[in-house]
Design a protein around this ligand. Structure first.
Ligand code: THU
Length: 160
């Protein structure tokens, strides 16, 4: 038996103002995307913005459904749309933010497992890391350099 340990580095910013101008712009696109969330059930409005290598930004927001599992998270709406609209164009970064009608979201919102798997697919496909920025509606921002840091032992095409 070998005992092993996994560690990864990430950055924690006190607020959006601490980010670079490129990162701030992307996060502001994600904030703007929140208003188009369709979240009548959870009242949790998530916005995502994807920055592509060609300079374009693609946005998404969560789209819920009365049949709850049929709803789709903001990250997947954005990243799948990026893949469909700009096939073959590398994804540089994704910013995520959320607000709630029930409470103040003052801690960074971290992506769900399915979104991590979905984003990891694109990172593996393009063979370059995707930066991920995660924020609530105010306060700290978590920045990770790679989606794969967030999903160790991810299932991928190598198993198939
Ligand atoms: N949601 C996202 O859009 N992204 C996440 O990473 C976490 C959750 C959405 C799904 C659902 O519409 C609502 O937030 C509550 O789970």
């Amino acid at each position: 038996m070998q005992k092993r340990k996994l560690v990864f580095d990430y950055n924690l910013f006190d607020s959006i103002e601490e980010l670079s101008s490129v990162q701030q712009k992307l996060m502001h696109s994600a904030i703007a995307a929140r208003k188009d969330a369709y979240a009548p059930y959870s009242k949790f409005h998530v916005g995502a913005a994807v920055l592509l290598k060609n300079g374009k930004t693609v946005i998404g927001s969560n789209q819920e459904n009365a049949s709850y599992p049929a709803g789709v998270c903001a990250e997947r709406v954005a990243i799948l749309y990026a893949g469909a609209k700009y096939p073959g164009v590398a994804i540089v970064a994704i910013a995520i933010t959320a607000t709630s009608k029930n409470h103040k979201v003052d801690a960074p919102v971290t992506s769900c497992g399915i979104c991590r798997q979905s984003m990891a697919e694109y990172e593996q496909k393009q063979k370059t890391p995707i930066e991920i920025l995660m924020m609530g509606e105010i306060g700290q921002v978590i920045q990770c350099n790679s989606v794969l840091d967030l999903i160790p032992f991810a299932f991928d095409s190598a198993f198939l």
